[in-house]
Design a protein around this ligand. Structure first.
Ligand SMILES: C[S@@+](CC[C@H](N)C(=O)[O-])C[C@H]1O[C@@H](n2cnc3c(N)ncnc32)[C@H](O)[C@@H]1O
Length: 192
């Protein structure tokens, strides 16, 4: 991976660690690095071309997804409701020289994604827990068989996302597995 990308990732990881040590709840709140790398591997391995993310934050997971998009000739559309966070994500993406691979939709993903069309083959959700099902539903019709949907925090915040887990694990067109990495990822594939 390009040094410019690794440098920005390392900067956010250090900031995230500092904020966690201070117990800050309103910081970067970036994805666990190992979980982020797994996303990157899955996105490249599945040759994802149309990646959608809900919850860019300051852009840490977006950088991993954009690096995968760069490797597989794809693009990332990421959604962020907080305009200050979106601006910071934009600066980080620019610094990593990944601007050509990312579009940022500023606003509530439940609305911004409704105005979008075209296929989605990789959907990552890392935003308000109570809305996970809606974040999936707004892109569901755009997901072909084989598309992946991955959400974060399913172990760390299990009681807040249990409805979502029940939904994807019992959906006739989906197959799904909880993976204990970082705060826990639910990895779901559309099978019909
Ligand atoms: C845990 S942080 C995301 C961290 C990011 N994925 C990373 O690894 O750097 C969650 C983000 O979701 C955003 N968010 C929450 N609800 C949202 C919504 N309805 N639409 C878009 N973004 C939302 C928050 O503003 C916050 O920045």
């Amino acid at each position: 991976m390009d040094q410019a990308i690794l440098d920005v990732m390392a900067k956010i990881e250090m900031r995230n660690e500092r904020e966690k040590l201070r117990g800050l709840s309103d910081g970067a709140d970036a994805l666990d690095p190992a979980a982020a790398k797994l996303l990157y591997i899955l996105a490249i391995g599945s040759k994802a071309k149309h990646i959608v993310e809900v919850g860019a934050g300051v852009g840490y997971s977006t950088l991993w997804l954009a690096a995968a998009a760069k490797a597989s000739g794809g693009r990332v559309t990421t959604c962020e409701i907080n305009s200050a966070m979106a601006a910071e994500a934009r600066r980080n993406i620019e610094e990593a020289e990944l601007t050509d691979y990312v579009e940022i939709l500023v606003g509530d993903a439940r609305q911004t994604l409704r105005g979008q069309d075209g296929p989605v083959d990789f959907h990552f959700i890392d935003a308000t827990f109570g809305h996970y099902e809606t974040f999936l539903d707004v892109v569901y019709k755009r997901l072909a068989v084989g598309s992946l949907v991955i959400v974060d925090n399913v172990v760390e915040n299990a009681f807040e996302v249990d409805d979502y887990i029940t939904y994807v694990q019992n959906h006739p067109n989906l197959d799904s597995q909880t993976v204990s990495i970082g705060d826990g990822l639910e990895i779901t594939v559309r099978i019909a």
